[in-house]
Design a protein around this ligand. Structure first.
Ligand code: PMP
Ligand code: GLN
Length: 382
């Protein structure tokens, strides 16, 4: 028998719940992806790129035109000048970016602090690098960082802290004061930062996205990661990027070079062309998704679910303690899918030790209006 290197890893909750939704014919608000397509012009640009013969390897770090567009966007949104050559790397998905950033710096015995509930891909990457995740629960009910607990969790072995803002699954955001606290905490220590900002453009109610790219001191030790999949409604394109100072980028590329070598060429041409032609797309995204969040939450106000509007991401948590307090969230997500035809994600799976009284499921509202209306009608009938 093989001894698994990842004995605790099974099938992800996203695969499990999407499969259950397909089997039962439920409306799938579980795994995070839109049920509508990306812009026509973007998809046409991909067809053109393929037919124009952009089908061989792109440069290892990514197509220069796309790296340039990323640098321009960062300048425009976060007022930071980054070098497209030495600070931006295109990867086949943010997931691969996360894996490479962790492997670039984590060694045997290193500790990586993650905040629970925590996205599922961080820990396996840390374990494969020989490190260990130290799970720090976010405070309830706002999913904010407990700074004293974080300070207490830092040891001489701490090598990385993983931030995720806007936060999946809670939708919580960090603010500028949080960045200052973080900077003060790690100032004299040899600690890197992985900032997972894949939902950077999905921030609502007039709030700004507090990117680590806005903070000079923190940026100097950070890998900032994003995903074109979320931003352009094409999660299946699996294309993302990492922004990091030149020395960290050089180490990251050593790993990326041998994990995939490069990203998919014609996708990069299409994204570069679309970003250049439509810089307004990212500025319009908050309004686009806020309207979906508001529609979904307004509809749910006629249900017995308790909802506190997500500040960011395309996920909405819903408290079901008035409906089935007897069920834990895994059982609740199954029951909702099988009995009421709406699939969701139980959030306890993102915890090392979930709070015993957790009664929250996550719905994805990156869906067409009719999908949200149908799902809400089913949820209101419970
Ligand atoms: N980080 C977070 C927080 C995510 O929610 C996701 C995907 N849904 C990713 C990373 C991975 O992004 P990608 O699909 O580009 O690999
Ligand atoms: N990030 C997506 C979510 O949170 C899922 C991506 C995946 O299935 N790996 O739903």
């Amino acid at each position: 028998m093989i001894t698994s290197k990842l004995p605790n890893v099974g099938t992800t909750i996203f695969t499990t719940m999407s499969q259950l939704a397909a089997e039962t014919g439920a409306i799938n608000l579980s795994q995070g992806f839109p049920d509508f397509d990306g812009p026509d012009e973007l998809r046409e640009a991909l067809a053109r790129a393929v037919m124009a013969g952009h089908n061989q390897y792109a440069p290892m770090a990514g197509l220069p035109a796309l790296r340039e567009q990323v640098a321009l966007k960062i300048q425009s949104l976060y007022q930071r000048q980054v070098s497209a050559d030495s600070e931006v790397t295109i990867t086949p998905g943010a997931t691969q970016a996360i894996f490479c950033a962790i492997h670039a710096v984590i060694r045997t015995g290193d500790e990586v602090i993650v905040f629970d509930p925590c996205y599922d891909s961080y820990e396996p990457a840390v374990e494969l690098a020989g490190g260990v995740c130290i799970h720090q629960p976010l405070s309830q009910p706002n999913f904010s960082i407990d700074w004293q607990k974080l300070a207490d969790a830092i040891t001489p072995r701490t090598r990385m802290i993983v931030l995720n803002t806007p936060h999946n699954p809670s939708g919580a955001l960090i603010d500028r004061a949080d960045l200052e606290r973080l900077a003060a905490l790690i100032r004299d220590r040899d600690i890197y930062l992985l900032s997972d900002e894949v939902y950077e453009h999905l921030v609502f109610d007039g709030h700004e996205h507090v990117s680590v790219l806005r903070h000079e001191e923190l940026y100097q030790r950070a890998f900032v990661i994003s995903s074109f999949g979320k931003t352009y409604h094409v999660t299946g394109w699996k294309t993302g990027y990492v922004v990091a100072p030149p020395a960290l980028t050089a180490e990251l590329r050593k790993v990326h070079q041998y994990v995939s070598f490069t990203g998919v060429t014609p996708l990069q041409w299409a994204l570069a062309e679309f970003m250049e032609a439509h810089p307004e797309h990212v500025r319009e995204l908050p309004g686009f998704y806020q309207a979906k969040r508001d529609l979904f939450c307004d509809l749910l106000s006629g249900s017995r679910f308790g909802v506190s509007r997500a500040a960011g991401t395309y996920f909405q948590l819903a408290d079901y303690s008035a409906i089935r307090p007897d069920l834990d969230d895994v059982a609740m997500a199954q029951w909702l899918t099988r009995e009421h035809g709406v699939a969701s994600i139980p959030i306890s799976v993102f915890y090392q030790s979930p709070p015993a009284d957790l009664r929250l499921v996550r719905f994805c509202f990156a869906k067409r209006e009719e999908t949200l209306r149908q799902a809400a009608a089913r949820l209101c009938a419970i």
